[in-house]
Design a binder for this molecule. Sequence first.
Ligand code: GP9
Ligand code: MN
Length: 718
Amino acid sequence: MKLTRQILKASSTRKGFIVLLVVCFWLKTLLAYFADFNLGITNVFQFFIALINPFATTILLLSIPLYFKKSSNFYIVALLIDTINTVLLYLNVIYFREFTDYMTVSTMTGYSKVNQGLSGSSLALTKFHDVLYWIDLIVIILLMASRRIKIDKRPLNKRIGLAMTSLSVLLFTVNLSFGEMDRPQLLTRTFDRSYIVKYLGLDAFTVYDGIKSQHTNEMRNSATKSQLTNILKYTRSHYAKPNPKYYGIAKGKNVIYIHLESFQQFLINKKINGKEVTPFLNKLYASKASYSFKNFYHQVGQGKTSDAENMLETSTFGLPQGSLFAQLGSDNTFQAAPAILSQRRHYTSAVFHGNVASFWNRNNVYKNMGYNYFFDASYYNTTGDRSLGYGLKDKLLFHDSVPYLENLQQPFYVKYITVTNHFPYDLDQEDMDPNFKTVNTDDDVVNNYFETAHYLDSAIKEFYQYLSKTGLLKHSVIVLYGDHYGISNSENKNLAKVLGKNSDNWNDFDNAQLQRVPLIINIPGQKNGYISKKYAGEIDVLPTLMHLLGISTKRYVQFGTDIFSSRHDQLVAFRDQDWVTPTYTYTNHDLYLNSTGQLISNPNKQQKAEIARNNKKVDHQLSLSDQLNEKNLLRFYHPKGFISVDPRKYNYANGLAKEQRIEKLLKNKSTSIFSENGDHSTLIDYYTNAPELHHKATDSNRIKITNPDATNDSSSSK
Ligand code: GP9
Ligand code: MN
């Protein structure tokens, strides 16, 4: 009672009133964080940041009324700001319940077509505890009306307002640096919207997103159809016609992409302590049924995995800063592989990935690309030791995806995005191969990298055994690629010795060499496969694949060229404008000769001309791609027969049920593996030694199976 009286007394001054509002709003935000949102907090530091992050913006907003002299103005403004902020918070709570995501400014303004805002069902999304989001405001207003909280008529000195505003700025700076400590490049890379909320709070997220989308909208609104002309001129003249020897050799086959997380070329054929790190991939790499590339480079920027995905799906580059998926992907017009293959050859498309759907904004981007299904973390049991930092372990991803794969109509275009071989390359002891001993350098990252790569290799071997047993193998083309480096330039010196190099004279040329990643195009049944020395990059995969499938690419805007074509462009552009050709590597403004690794400190006239020519070409290629995506110019482009993708038609909830409905509808015309197998699952054909599947039944945490067809709403953040 005494405390209540004290609070009421304190709240009867202007300062106390503001403190009351701040504390109440802080509590409500925490309620949202812990009862409604899923922030994906993984350590105590993140928990601490989440606890304090509502303060900065709340104090900033509630310092505004302090500048008003007249008491009616002060109280009206304070309550109004508090109400608006509560509305924003509450709308996000409701929105999160439906979409497992936060409201972007373009969703609020109705600009985004991907998330159409709240449907009529929003009432059904309310919960009993929602009262708590409003109760403070109601009680405060009632207390004011009954004069238990008295109106303070005395205006405050402006300095108090100023002090509070400054305090909020200081708090925000501290908060931001805490966020950056836990997640470097938090704002520049924008991995996941939920990270900004987790680290900086909802208000900061809304402002940040608002500024970004304002910038994007300005750029896009000023864009005109004619700006496409230059781009078309480039892609048409750059186009490399297919090589008839390869055109259509994989016609009608299923496409299975295996995204090898952080997998670098040097792992191929690497032996450690007498044992191959990736014995299975080595075989695949050298197989007569594979076209493998030893001079294939990743070309990603800050968008890492998402940039690789974007290049492979669209043959356009990622952005110079940040991730295209995260920044533009929600509203971008794509003419991507899933849509093209569906429209031209009736492919069904799906992605299997054991991380949450919101990571890299995939849940929105995939809709714009025309992916029919997205099986994200919510479709898998990711509890206990089944997952690590970035989600479900690879062996389990391949195994647990069988029900989703076998019910897909063929031909299909699918992508498995692995995660276990991801920095910091943690692996549980139980998943380690006792017969494989990794290197013993001073750098744990380097040591662990070989361990997780070894694990990934074994996961792929198991998957291949399944493909072979079910007969899927001979009906598929399997494309395996490393998305980007795993060991960063700063750690390459620690790697040098393992690679038989001297770390003392390690230089930029060596770093550039390590940007090679494997590309293996495995077409079971082919007998003339080989390891190609051609220089190529991720931008080239789509036209190459399409030609193998016998689908012409001439009509599309693609920045890469078919690697098999005699006109393939072997100038490989890195996202930072460095480049490599079969003869030279140009990095950090220095030219090196590939054959010797020598720095050419005084380039001759010819070499100077080569540098200038390639710089210009690279700049041209990258900047045209950036214009295309930043201004969303593909919305003006209508290649023959291409029907624009309407993201509203895609919904990734209840994927399995949808697949089964289609099977029923098609009856004996259904081409899924399940139907072809006499309506029996092929899961028994899957052998895995994943220990997580063989735990004793008493271990309740580990055998808990989540509803395999749960909606995206239940996804859990990592
Ligand atoms: C996360 C995974 C990792 O879902 O794809 O992305 P990365 O950190 O490599 O860009
Ligand atoms: Mn990656």
